[in-house]
Each structure stands twice: as structure tokens, then as C-alpha cells.
Ligand binder design. Structure first.
Ligand SMILES: Cc1cc2nc3c(=O)[nH]c(=O)nc-3n(C[C@H](O)[C@H](O)[C@H](O)COP(=O)(O)O)c2cc1C
Length: 210
């Protein structure tokens, strides 16, 4: 595992790095992340959500990397630092043409450049999209996450049909639907439980091998 201090087991507050795959101002997916941050502040002690903006990342081009390993453009280096420092991840993934959005894939790819910054931590996925609710994009995020060595929350799955009644988001992309808020809360609790289980497992392995 490429680690950081944040991955040391036994912490009581878990830092969730949250990434929206939509760059749109009134994005419903970014709205899901804002709602997740608010839910954690109000009702989930021990979980803190930080929305990490990916709009400044250049399109991946390995020519932009320096000659030595780990030399990246400033925006990429800052992003990779946030990923390394996370205890776990929350992705809000719009579905574009049955798949993951370009910006999200770009961010995942930058974080994966050696040394991989994502490895061996828990991750959960939300999605707000058209008719599918983003299910196909979520399964593509999971597929990419295999190689990144992420451990995904399996259940509950939350696929939000953003543009179908009942109204779920206001004109600014803020989540206004109580049922969806409830589903987001359940995903966050499952993420917290999985992240803690992973940390405790690492403690047990360390104790066993010492
Ligand atoms: C290029 C493009 C392709 C899309 N393809 C799909 C799709 O395959 N399935 C789907 O459910 N919605 C699709 N949509 C609709 C978006 O997922 C939906 O508008 C969503 O709200 C966008 O996320 P945002 O509100 O966070 O920006 C597509 C939208 C765009 C712009």
C-alpha cells in the first residue's frame, strides 16, 4: 500500500475525499456531494467530507510529467496529495453514453500514475443521471477501481434519476428530496463501516506480524 499518515489505523475521524464527475455549475452529482457533506456534519460523527474539485486538472498527457518519477504539473500534484491523504473516497458519477464521465476518468488516471495514490482504501459511489440513474457509470467506476486497488461498498446502491419526478434537485443542483437524502445517508454509513473495518484489519495484520 502506498500510504499516508491519514491511513494510520485507530483514527476516530475519517476524511472522505469526494469527487464529482460533472463540472457543470448546477450539477446534480456535485449536489449529491454537498448533501453528503451536510449529512456528515449534522448526523454522522467521525466522517468528514471534503469535495475535491477536478476542473483544473489538465487532460492526461504523460508528456506533462517531469523526467523523474513523481514530477507532475502543480494542479495534478495538489490533487494527488489530497488523494494520498484521504481515508476513503466518495465518487458522484454521472453517466455519459453508458459510461463514466471524461473528467472523472481523467482524475482517476492522474491519481493512478506511479506511485498509485488510490490504493487499499474504501470507496463508495453515488450517481445522478438520466433514465438509468447512472448504474452503468457506477459499474465502470468499479471496473477501473479494480486496478486502482479500491475496495467498494457493495450495498446499498443508489441510482438517482435526476430529472424524473419527484423533484430531487433545485435549479442550483442542491438535493431537495428527502428519500434520496436518506439513501445517501445509508451509503455514507456503509462507507464509514467499511473504512473502519479495513483500518482495524490493518491493525490486526500489523499485530500478527510483529
Ligand atoms: C454527453 C452526455 C451523455 C449522457 N449519457 C447518458 C446516459 O448514457 N445515461 C443516462 O442516464 N444519462 C445520460 N446523460 C444525462 C446525464 O447523466 C444527466 O443529465 C446528469 O444529470 C448529468 O449530471 P450532472 O447533473 O451532475 O451534470 C448524458 C448527458 C450527457 C451530457
Amino acid at each position: 500500500m502506498e500510504g499516508s499518515a491519514a491511513q494510520a489505523p485507530g483514527k476516530t475521524v475519517l476524511r472522505v475525499v469526494a469527487i464529482s464527475g460533472s463540472l457543470r455549475r448546477a450539477s446534480a452529482n456535485t449536489g449529491l456531494i454537498r448533501a453528503a457533506a451536510e449529512i456528515c456534519r449534522e448526523s454522522i460523527p467521525g466522517l468528514e467530507v471534503e469535495h475535491v474539485d477536478i476542473s483544473e486538472l489538465p487532460l492526461l498527457n504523460t508528456d506533462l510529467e517531469g523526467p523523474g518519477p513523481g514530477a507532475f504539473p502543480a494542479a495534478v500534484e495538489a490533487f494527488r496529495g489530497k488523494v494520498r491523504a484521504a481515508d476513503c473516497f466518495l465518487f458522484a458519477s454521472p453517466e455519459y453514453n453508458y459510461s463514466i464521465s471524461g473528467p472523472l476518468k481523467n482524475a482517476l488516471d492522474w491519481g493512478s500514475r506511479p506511485p498509485n495514490c488510490w490504493g487499499d482504501r474504501a470507496a463508495a459511489i453515488l450517481s445522478a443521471s438520466g433514465g438509468s440513474g447512472g448504474s452503468r457509470s457506477q459499474y465502470h467506476v468499479r471496473q477501473v477501481g479494480v486496478f486502482l486497488d479500491l475496495h467498494f461498498v457493495n450495498k446499498p446502491e443508489v441510482f438517482t434519476r435526476a430529472h424524473q419526478p419527484p423533484r430531487k434537485f433545485d435549479h442550483d443542483g442542491n438535493l431537495v428530496d428527502p428519500d434520496t437524502k436518506d439513501q445517501v445517508t445509508k451509503v455514507l454509513l456503509a462507507l464509514q463501516a467499511l473504512a473502519l473495518r479495513l483500518q482495524l484489519g490493518k491493525l490486526a495484520v500489523a499485530a500478527h506480524s510483529s
